[in-house]
Design a protein around this ligand. Structure first.
Ligand SMILES: Nc1ncnc2c1ncn2[C@@H]1O[C@H](COP(=O)(O)OP(=O)(O)OP(=O)(O)O)[C@@H](O)[C@H]1O
Ligand SMILES: [Mg+2]
Length: 374
């Protein structure tokens, strides 16, 4: 598990050091650098992650399946400075340093002669490989929307089990792995009809919409799969009638990749999520947090960007209910200060209480209430 990430001259950060836990929440203002943190890890994974490029000589690939960061010039912090502890050359450096007890270092050199290249020379890898040689998921804020069909790529659904950065392979993955068992433990939903992935997914989706069920099937003779929903018995709807995603609202389909990414987490997995709360009603957001905490409790590492009070509180409740140890929930609040971000890390105690509430940290409810009661 990655316990610390250090970024040097990386996009908004002149230098940033972040503690990481089994569940790390990245919160704070827009454009304060939360996604950039996820992108730094995605950059390593797309270059050197399991099943990716063979050797460090190939360097960091700035544009690929996970992230499209542009050129070396785009990546280098505008106001870059020396990185004393990484210093191996006079050339400007972009450092992404991941650590887990010992140290794995990934340092990329910005080549002044070729600033518009979309690869960067990378070197210094002691111990770093094993941190990246893990199953991973990375789901962007912009995910699959309700559609009539989704892609059917056998190699992706069966191979690395990668759901796609937009979750576009989720439906095909579910189709192939419907009977795969979710191991006994925190992730297994007790109300599900079986431990199998499809039934477990349905049970968690019912937390968002009671009575819903889903089905993933191939569209014969094409390269597509189809997702359909049923609403057994609710509101007098005929239980046997299937509905296409475009006719059942936005939230369910948008949340599906998050649910499947969490349910398929293994103790080795690294799961990067942007805005799991998107398009969900408040209680649904809170239940997504419970699912994310359950995945972290199984031993996976989840790094989650969120703007949701309900996700934050859901994690606090998971701690209070002893579903997650307090030290396993790491909460960072990014506060942009014009020239990079300042990060405050309120600690959570065993009762789910936070040690500090910095200004701007999920305080809008009270601010609004003050104005209403004034
Ligand atoms: N080369 C660079 N030098 C300095 N700053 C940069 C550079 N490249 C990008 N930035 C800044 O990095 C920030 C990137 O923000 P990021 O996408 O990480 O925001 P975020 O916190 O995820 O926001 P949101 O909540 O809207 O998703 C922006 O403020 C952008 O101006
Ligand atoms: Mg973001």
């Amino acid at each position: 598990m990655i316990t610390r990430l250090t970024l040097v001259n990386f996009k908004a950060f002149r230098r940033l050091e972040l503690a990481m836990g089994p569940l790390t929440l990245l919160t704070g203002l827009n454009s304060s650098g939360k996604s950039s943190v996820l992108q730094s890890l995605a950059l390593l994974l797309q270059s050197f992650g399991r099943g990716r490029a063979a050797s460090p000589e190939e360097g960091l690939m700035l544009n690929g399946e996970l992230v499209e960061l542009g050129t070396a010039r785009d990546l280098l912090h505008d106001d870059f400075g020396p990185a004393d502890d990484l210093l191996v050359t006079d050339a400007p450096l972009v450092g992404v340093v991941v650590e887990a007890g010992g140290t794995g270092r990934f340092i990329a050199r910005y080549d002044l002669d070729e600033p518009d290249e979309d690869a960067m020379e990378a070197y210094d890898f002691p111990g770093g490989w094993s941190l990246l040689d893990v199953p991973f998921q990375y789901l962007h804020a912009d995910r699959i929307t309700p559609a009539v069909t989704y892609p059917r790529t056998r190699q992706i659904a069966l191979g690395p089990g990668f759901l796609g950065v937009r979750g576009e392979h989720t439906v095909n993955y579910l189709r192939h792995h419907a009977e795969h068992e979710v191991p006994d433990g925190p992730l297994r939903h007790s109300a599900a009809t079986s431990p199998q992935l499809l039934d477990q997914t349905v049970a968690w989706m019912q937390e968002l919409c009671p009575g819903v069920n889903l089905n993933a099937s191939a569209v014969e003779g094409t390269d597509f799969v189809r997702l359909s929903y049923g609403f057994g018995g609710t509101a007098g709807i005929n239980a046997t009638r299937r509905r296409r995603p475009t006719n059942v609202g936005f939230g369910l389909t948008y949340a599906l990749p998050i649910v499947v990414a969490c349910l398929t987490a293994t103790p080795e997995s690294l799961i990067l999520l942007e805005n799991p709360e998107a398009h969900l009603h408040p209680k649904g957001q809170s239940r997504m947090a419970a699912l994310i905490a359950a995945a972290a409790a199984t031993g996976a590492q989840l790094i989650v960007e969120t703007h949701s009070d309900h996700v934050l509180n859901g994690v606090r409740i998971a701690v209070k209910q002893e579903a997650l140890r307090p030290e396993d929930a790491v909460i960072h609040f990014f506060r942009g200060n014009g020239s990079g971000a300042e990060v405050i890390t309120p600690r959570v105690d065993k009762d789910g209480m936070l040690a500090q509430w910095p200004e701007g940290f999920f305080d809008e409810w009270e601010n609004s209430l003050d104005q209403l009661l004034d």
